[in-house]
Design a protein around this ligand. Structure first.
Ligand code: PEP
Length: 251
């Protein structure tokens, strides 16, 4: 059966010291409960090693927010999947809309990144989602389908099963505008059906599909109650331990 997951995406926030403090606070608060979901902290690269040391690995895993599309070599400023793996991170967020929009990451580049993440035994949290104009033009299903097909559908069923998907309508990220529970469920069911058509029921039923986009303590319960919403990728609300905990306990 698929896993429920609440993953934080700290983005480019927190100094190393602030990040360690936040990880400590999340760790002690999660340690005091029995979460009904896997908890993941998506930290900046420079925080990963310390955060891995800080948290109880039986309850909290750590994710990078990106990795390079190249194996190694003269790519100044890049961080490879094998380097990420060597820090103790278990996950890597790939295809976030901010990476697609500001750093030109195409479906083809994300295919390379996915392959390298999997080769290095990192689990991709693979983000997909449409911008507002695409939803208004009623092409949001086509866009999400294309993102998945072009970056992921070359994978074997075994490799595809290691992916966590995160549906993040771009118009809902950091805007305070959440997709309605019905809009989230409709897209998640569409994605799961797409996976059924390519890999069959068993693979599709075991894939976790997270929702991301202004998910918070007030709306998490309703979003997570949907049959095809298996948790959340959380930006702003992951930067305060209490807010993040309230989302974790929405399960
Ligand atoms: C995100 O960055 O993945 C995200 C969902 O951000 P926010 O929760 O702030 O909308």
């Amino acid at each position: 059966m698929r896993q429920n997951i609440v993953a934080g995406n700290w983005k480019m926030n927190k100094t190393l010291q602030e990040g360690i403090e936040l990880a400590k606070e999340v760790n002690s608060k999660v340690g005091a409960i029995t979460p009904k979901c896997k908890v993941v902290l998506g930290t900046p690269f420079v925080h990963i090693t310390e955060v891995v040391k800080t948290v109880d690995a039986s309850k909290i895993s750590v994710a990078a927010q990106n990795c390079a599309d190249k194996v190694s070599g003269a790519y100044t400023g890049e961080v490879s999947a094998s380097m990420v793996k060597s820090t103790g991170a278990q996950y890597v967020i790939l295809g976030h809309s901010e990476r697609r929009a500001y750093y030109g990451e195409t479906n083809a580049i994300l295919k390379e990144k996915t392959d390298l993440a999997l080769t290095n035994e990192l689990k991709p949290i693979f983000c997909i989602g449409e911008v507002l104009s695409e939803r208004e033009s009623n092409i949001h299903f086509d866009i999400v389908k294309q993102q998945i097909e072009e970056s992921l559908f070359h994978l074997s069923a075994g490799d595809f099963s290691k992916i966590v998907l995160a549906y993040e309508p771009v118009w809902a990220i950091g805007t305070g505008k959440t997709a309605s529970s019905d809009q989230a469920q409709e897209m998640h069911a569409f994605i799961r059906q797409l996976i059924v058509s390519k890999y069959g029921e068993e693979v599709a039923n075991n894939i976790s599909i997270l929702y991301g986009g202004s998910c918070n303590a007030a709306n998490a319960k309703e979003l997570f109650a949907n049959p095809d919403v298996d948790g959340g990728l959380i930006g702003g609300a992951s930067l305060k331990a209490d807010d993040f905990l309230a989302i974790i306990t929405a399960f």
